[in-house]
Design a protein around this ligand. Structure first.
Ligand code: ADE
Length: 239
């Protein structure tokens, strides 16, 4: 997969060089390019913003630098168009399912807005997706882009060695994952649940499912309405 990021703060995206995404890039499993939007400005001040029509606080990003940048980055080949993503608190909620959909694309371009946002005409002309990572307002799209790129990259073939660690994630089954444990078996008088040390794989799977169901009911009860529950699931939740 190729990923381009357009931003006025290219250094903000440096964490993409680290850890899981950085290793995936070093192994050519993802090809990430960050671009400074100001290279597509032509005045001495390299202006990217202006006052909003209709009044109100803050500034709006001008359409011209974005249009030039998107033309330059997406190239002249209309048969190989990227999927253009604009992170915004006014977007569609980002979910694990959305991450999986984006992971199937061959090319993503992220447009990181600042100030009050990007002029609506250039968003309408170019954006395939306007995505929100949650019901809070960040100072710009950069942090949201880091989040989306990491969630997508870890789903790309070969990035995560153990495929089960993806398929058993929180949300992979529509449930929150329960707590996990490693050695030592007793730590500050707290013991690892005995069943996890029993070697009974079927019983362990059922216990983990039960923990996930109970945690989901406590923390995100609305998620239970969106999945299919077995008779055994219902029995656990009946208590
Ligand atoms: N930009 C600012 N806030 C955001 C959010 N919550 N999600 C995505 N992009 C944003």
């Amino acid at each position: 997969m190729r990923i381009d990021v357009l931003t006025i703060f290219p250094d903000y995206l440096r964490p993409l060089e680290l850890a899981l995404v950085g290793r995936a890039a070093a192994r050519d499993l993802v090809d990430i390019h960050t671009h400074d939007l100001r290279q597509w400005t032509h005045d001495v001040h390299r202006t990217v913003d202006d006052a909003p029509y209709g009044g109100g606080p803050g500034m709006v990003m001008r359409p011209e630098p974005w249009d030039e940048a998107l033309r330059a980055v997406s190239g002249g080949d209309p048969t190989r168009r990227p999927r253009v993503v604009v992170p915004t608190p006014a977007g569609v909620p980002f979910t694990q399912r959305y991450a999986a959909e984006l992971a199937e694309q061959h090319w993503l371009v992220f447009c990181c807005g600042r100030y009050e946002g990007i002029d609506g005409r250039v968003v309408e002309a170019w954006a395939d997706d306007e995505i929100s990572i949650g019901d809070y307002v960040l100072a710009g799209g950069e942090a949201a882009t880091l989040v989306i790129v990491e969630a997508v990259t870890r789903l790309l073939p070969g990035v995560v060695g153990n495929v089960e660690s993806i398929t058993d994630d929180s949300f992979a089954h529509g449930l929150l994952e329960g707590a996990v444990y490693t050695r030592p078996p007793i730590w500050r008088e707290r013991e690892v649940p005995a069943i996890l040390r029993s070697g009974d794989h079927a019983a362990i799977a059922r216990w983990r499912r039960d923990e996930a169901l109970l945690r989901t009911r406590r923390r995100r009860p609305e998620l239970l309405d969106r999945i299919e529950l077995s008779a055994a699931d219902r029995a656990v939740l009946a208590n």
